[in-house]
Design a protein around this ligand. Structure first.
Ligand SMILES: [Zn+2]
Length: 100
């Protein structure tokens, strides 16, 4: 049975770059750095132009990924607290370059 109340049509919109092509839903590899680690997402939702090949990562997916990768994911940090922490942040640790 096909659900006709919710037509599963991929939204397509004109390319902002070449104006001639259309951006289509696609899945491409996405790479990002998390600290020192390279995170690879093999099937990341994106929009790809069929003419010029311009690709844009899906904004919602990006936001969700950022939340997932954020070390503070799930925590709510008040702006005031962040500001206070920032103003107090001083380079306490000074690493000596001398061996031993
Ligand atoms: Zn284009």
């Amino acid at each position: 049975m096909v659900d006709t109340t919710l037509p599963n049509i991929d939204p397509v919109f004109p390319c902002r770059d070449c104006q001639a092509g259309h951006m289509h839903r696609d899945y491409i590899a996405y790479f990002t750095w998390l600290g020192d680690e390279l995170i690879a997402v093999p099937d990341f939702p994106a929009w790809v132009c069929d003419i010029c090949g311009r690709c844009e990562y899906d904004e919602n997916a990006l936001t969700r990924l950022t939340l997932l990768l954020s070390p503070n994911a799930g925590k709510t940090i008040g702006t005031a607290r962040v500001k206070a922490a920032k103003s107090r942040a001083k380079p306490k640790v000074q690493r000596s370059t001398q061996p031993e």
